[in-house]
Ligand binder design. Sequence first.
Ligand SMILES: [Zn+2]
Length: 135
Amino acid sequence: MVYCDQESYPTSIRRQKKGFGAAVGIHPKKVQFFPQSKFEELGNLLRLNTVVALGEIGLNRCAPESTWKLQEEILIKVLQLSMPIRQVILHMRDAADQHCGEVGARCLQIMRANVAPTQRIHLHCFTGTVEQVVS
Ligand SMILES: [Zn+2]
């Protein structure tokens, strides 16, 4: 289960069947609706032992350009809640006619500056190259 819309954050998350888990985050297309007051709630959910990942979080260039700066600010802020023991589910989507070139490079730059080198990352909505993944 992925909870990345603050309107659907659960009050508790039951243990899942073996091999399954829950993730909580902020979808980049929803950042303009995310109130600052929800960060504490997100942090509390991430501390539940039934939550295995922070996500989805990331950048989406299909959303209106007016939201891109806020997407980056929210991504950087929410990465402060990341923990190497939990995966980050990173959503990176470029404009329709591109393949994670600019957005991939920007995500990589933000990740390098804001998470531990040992952070495990699940790439979601990624259409870039193997070279981008390896770097
Ligand atoms: Zn996604």
